[in-house]
Design a protein around this ligand. Structure first.
Ligand code: 13P
Ligand code: 13P
Ligand code: MG
Ligand code: MG
Ligand code: MG
Length: 381
């Protein structure tokens, strides 16, 4: 049976501030998801939360980008927003950028990750869900899951994975995407996805047969007033076992924390902390950024789960190291590299302050220079 897994997520109000969701808001979204199952639009649905974000994990037979499915999620978030407004929650309806639904939630604020698959004899998959960061937070994890044999033993010892995987990478500014095949083009891939402020992994495919292996919510990153704002708290779907990474191989990158963009006001660097569902309530300096892993087994389109996969003391050390990294970074306060450079910040007062002081900038006889990173010919040997 062909089944589509659609995960659509939004922040429709924080409780308190940006730290968490309110149970009444989640219950309203669940009510709409359940009604979708009862009506037969959906095969099944599961509502999960991370920080102030809510995701609806849906299964159905209508394929990707289906209007009815997207509208169901949109309506659920609009109804949830009404509850959030009634409680005067913070940023009620934050991610609903459009006034009315128009065919597809992409570009309207909510994040979307969808894949259509032929359900295997056993179909385990993981929905990762992060708060206080951006979709490029998955770049390093996806590289390790699908292209690094030091993380994923299966790339070496499982014949069905041995041909490797192809990554689809999007340039968030041009909106163009490129497919790169690993291991052959691994170094080309890393040139791009190491540059997390510009390039984001959209999807991963298995080389042997082109099967979809992973998909992230990057299709339409929010552009506000014509400016790219990349801090949409992201979701990621990863298929596991039998020709894909084992569940433990897919979780392993998160056992060694790394730094991502987001945190306070979407304008800081911080460690991505893997947590259980109940610990996904970032409060310290609105963070540090969190990620949960919701494991499901698909059974004739029904969702058996979620299983809270980071609820394992083996991840305690990662959590402790994130807390130590948080201490170290917080030491630098408003100074870079803890605070992001001006072009990466979600909002900034720099232009206003520059404007105010423009007449006080005087020529001191230094030559003008081009900003670095513009590209060509910059070879440092
Ligand atoms: P079990 O022997 O517990 O089934 O584990 C098999 C396995 O391959 C784990 O990665
Ligand atoms: P969210 O993107 O989770 O709403 O966080 C915004 C923010 O400004 C946190 O300080
Ligand atoms: Mg928020
Ligand atoms: Mg959020
Ligand atoms: Mg955010």
């Amino acid at each position: 049976m062909k089944v589509t897994i659609s995960v659509i997520k939004a922040d429709i109000g924080g409780y308190v501030g940006h730290s968490s969701t309110h149970p009444e808001v989640v219950a309203k979204v669940e009510e709409y998801a359940k009604a979708g199952v009862e009506k037969g639009t959906l095969l099944d649905a599961s509502v999960i939360t991370c920080g102030d974000d809510i995701a609806i994990v849906m299964t159905h037979t209508k394929g990707k980008d289906n209007e009815e499915i997207h509208k169901l999620a949109w309506d659920a978030f609009v109804a949830g927003t009404e509850v959030a407004k009634k409680l005067k929650l913070y940023g009620a309806g934050q991610d609903l950028l459009a006034d009315a639904f128009s065919g597809n939630v992409k570009g309207m604020g909510p994040g979307v990750a969808e894949m259509e698959i032929e359900e295997r004899k056993s179909e385990p998959f993981i929905v990762y869900f992060a708060d206080k960061t951006s979709p490029s937070a998955w770049n390093l994890a996806l590289y390790e899951m699908f292209a690094d044999p030091m993380n994923t033993a299966g790339l070496v010892i499982d014949p069905s994975m041995h041909d490797g995987f192809t990554f689809e990478v999007m340039d968030v500014y041009s909106g163009k995407a490129v497919k790169l095949e690993t291991p052959r083009e691994l170094y080309d891939l890393l040139v791009f996805i190491g540059a997390t402020s510009r390039y984001v992994v959209r999807a991963v495919y298995r080389n042997r047969d082109g099967e979809i292996a992973a998909v992230a919510s990057t299709q339409k990153l929010s552009l506000m007033a014509g400016r790219y704002v990349g801090k949409d708290d992201p979701v990621l779907i990863v298929r596991c076992q039998s020709g894909f990474p084992a569940v433990g191989e897919a979780l392993e990158p998160f056992a060694r924390p790394w730094l991502v963009e987001g945190w306070m006001r979407g304008s800081h660097t911080g460690p991505l902390m893997p947590v259980s569902f109940k610990e996904a309530k970032p409060t310290r300096f609105d963070g540090p950024p969190r990620v949960i892993a919701a494991g499901y087994q698909l059974c004739e389109g029904k969702l058996v789960g979620p299983n809270d996969l980071f609820d394992d003391p083996a991840f305690d050390d990662a959590r402790n190291r994130c807390a130590l990294l948080a201490n170290q970074l917080r030491r630098q306060g408003i100074f870079e590299p803890h605070r992001l450079p001006p072009e990466e910040m979600e909002y900034t007062t720099l232009p206003k302050v520059l404007e105010k002081l423009k007449d006080r900038f005087v020529d001191i006889g230094e030559p003008e220079a081009k900003a670095p990173g513009s590209g060509e010919g910059e070879i440092h040997e």
